[in-house]
Ligand binder design. Structure first.
Ligand code: C2E
Ligand code: CA
Ligand code: CA
Length: 559
């Protein structure tokens, strides 16, 4: 194009004199391209696209008239925003209305008044550019998809205007995006987000929408389809994103169907639907073999349960609804009980008996876990005191510590105070730290472990062998006990290659750590573990976790 600083106007007119006239009027201020009919005009528009700021269009032309050309332009979303001013010879109001309906923005009448033509062209271009500035604001600066506000705004408009059609909201999230940022740097994280934004935008249809809600969370409004079809789309998205030069990543998604019922004051509220899609998403976040879930009754139940837990946990603690169960640890040398692990159960008047798997993760999330753990320490100390006082052969009890316990500055002090309050010798209290907590927060935990040792408590490394194993941490820290995770014990049963467990037990031996195998259920497992030199077993083979009264009897009988 001739002068790149000037904007370009396309003049489409079959009459040579009129076309030339318009060109002369515009030439000083604009680059002018001429076309002698709608067909030629359309070809030029297709070729130059966005570089054309405005079209001046005659209606009556051979080959393709002005209406036909406007209809074609409207069909093409990459051209439909180019303003069109129709040149008329005062054909009347009906004609003008028809032109406006076809997408014309304004009119100029023949014979041309240079001043009027220039003014109209200028103001129309100005208007268009200002509104495309707004469109920049509508978009997320980083990824180019709609930002949160405009995603909701536009999506609600689409849903409201298409009552017959069914839509789904899909929310996506990159697994461990924080780690990607930390490991590769924020700039690389941004490249990944841009790439996802682009792939998502390419993936959706014209009448669908994509937006970025925040961080690595994208949302899409797409026409309703089956879960299987969604899965296929997500699989392709993962494949496409990972085909670019970005850190390897997994995108997961949650889906919620937009139902007319989900309205607020008669208007659809898509942020509610989005929340549900995100709930569905979090239900597969920790599942390595599932990438996609739909919001359904199960997810709804999970939400209600979570709310129940949050609403009732404080009161439950006050009312002593949490019960300490004890699971014996048996010495393999003589088969007698040599310890126990304290495991919590929640017995609630409304919900009945609840296993810790149901509520501990929620307590962890809300950090209530530290309160519960303190409660457990106190109850365990109280129980041990009672056993001693009633002549029951007391054994050391290990209590689980959450990662959050270690961020309390006076954790060890509080624990010491509790043991002393009940006059319980410190070596009867063991603290179990899971390996995953350790990898998370090594500094604070190191310090706590040292303090625990200084105060005479024993520390056990829980769930060893669950995949987080960091042999380095074993060397740096002194754990007194290594608890071999149940999965290792299970593997031993099927795996002819017995080296892993042999190696771990040997390693523990070298580091002067006692070994406790968790989850042995069968005699063959117990025999195998004894042969390998494991010290203790905690598993259903001996006993399930028992309520305190039953455990007292158990100690008396089995010791
Ligand atoms: P964990 O610390 O690994 O506890 C061992 C789990 O394995 C217990 O499940 C126990 O009942 C189960 N188990 C023991 N032997 C066998 C067996 O032979 N077969 C099978 N299938 N399972 C066996 P439980 O009591 O449901 O506890 C689950 C988890 O909840 C615990 O895993 C622990 O991480 C957490 N937890 C329990 N109580 C507390 C607590 O008071 N505080 C904290 N922070 N976490 C707790
Ligand atoms: Ca444990
Ligand atoms: Ca364990």
């Amino acid at each position: 194009m001739a002068n790149s600083s000037k904007r370009t106007v396309l003049v489409v007119e079959d009459n040579d004199i009129n076309r030339e006239m318009l060109s002369i009027i515009l030439e000083d201020d604009y680059n002018v391209i001429q076309a002698e009919n709608g067909k030629v005009g359309l070809d030029i528009l297709n070729e130059y696209g966005d570089k054309i700021s405005l079209v001046l269009l005659d209606i009556n032309m051979p080959v393709m008239n002005g209406y036909e050309m406007m209809a074609e332009v409207q069909k093409n979303p990459s051209l439909s925003h180019v303003p069109i001013i129709v040149t008329t010879s005062n054909e009347g109001v009906d004609e003008e209305i028809k032109c406006l309906e076809q997408g014309a923005s304004d009119f100029v009448t023949k014979p041309y008044n240079a001043e009027v033509v220039l003014r109209r062209v200028e103001s129309m271009i100005h208007l268009r550019e200002a509104s495309s500035m707004v469109s920049v604001l509508e978009h997320d600066m980083l990824t180019g998809v709609l930002n949160r506000e405009f995603f909701f705004w536009n999506a609600e408009k689409i849903v409201d205007n298409n009552t017959g059609k069914e839509y789904d909201i899909v929310c996506t999230d990159v697994v461990n995006f924080r780690s990607i940022n930390e490991h590769y740097g924020n700039a690389t994280g941004d490249v990944l987000l841009k790439c996802i934004g682009r792939c998502i935008a390419d993936m959706i249809d014209e009448d669908e929408l994509a937006g970025r809600l925040n961080g690595d969370v994208f949302a899409m409004l797409i026409k309703h389809r089956s879960l299987e079809e969604h899965k296929e789309v997500l699989r392709k998205l993962n494949e496409t994103v990972n085909s670019y030069d970005v850190p390897k990543n997994v995108i997961k998604s949650g889906i919620c169907r937009v139902k007319p019922l989900d309205t607020k004051d008669g208007k659809i509220d898509l942020s509610i639907i989005c929340d549900r899609a995100r709930r569905a998403l979090s239900s597969v976040k920790d599942k390595y073999d599932e990438d996609c879930a739909e919001f359904d009754e199960r997810v709804q139940k999970d939400i209600e349960f979570e709310q129940f837990v949050l609403d009732h946990m404080e009161k439950a603690l006050e009312d002593e609804e949490f019960k300490v169960y004890y699971q014996p640890k048996h010495r393999l040398s003589d088969g007698k009980p040599g310890g126990a692990e304290a495991l919590v159960r929640w017995i609630n008047p409304e919900r009945g008996f609840m296993n810790p798997g149901m509520f501990i993760p929620l307590f962890e999330k809300s950090r209530f876990i530290s309160k519960l753990d303190m409660y457990m320490y106190e109850h365990v100390c109280r129980d041990i005191r009672r056993w001693i006082d009633s002549g029951i052969p007391a054994v050391p009890v290990s209590v689980n510590a959450s990662r959050h316990d270690f961020s309390q500055p006076d954790f060890v002090k509080k624990l010491t105070a509790l043991a002393d309050k009940y006059n319980v010798s410190h070596e009867l209290i063991h603290i179990e730290v899971t390996e995953s907590a350790y990898t998370d927060n090594a500094g604070a935990i190191d310090e706590c472990i040292n303090k625990l040792h200084e105060n005479g408590f024993k520390v056990e490394l829980d769930d060893f062998g669950t995949g987080y194993s960091n042999l380095g941490s074993l060397n740096d820290l002194h754990f007194d006990v290594m608890k071999l995770d149940m999965s290792l014990v299970r593997k031993m049963g099927t795996d002819p290659d017995k080296n892993i467990l042999d190696f771990i037990i040997e390693l523990a031996d070298m580091l002067h750590m006692t070994t406790v195998a968790e989850g042995a259920e069968h005699e063959t497992e117990v025999k195998n573990l004894r042969n390998k030199g494991c010290d203790y077993i905690q598993g259903y083979y001996y006993s399930k976790p028992l309520p305190e009264e039953d455990f007292e009897k158990y100690l008396v009988e089995k010791s």
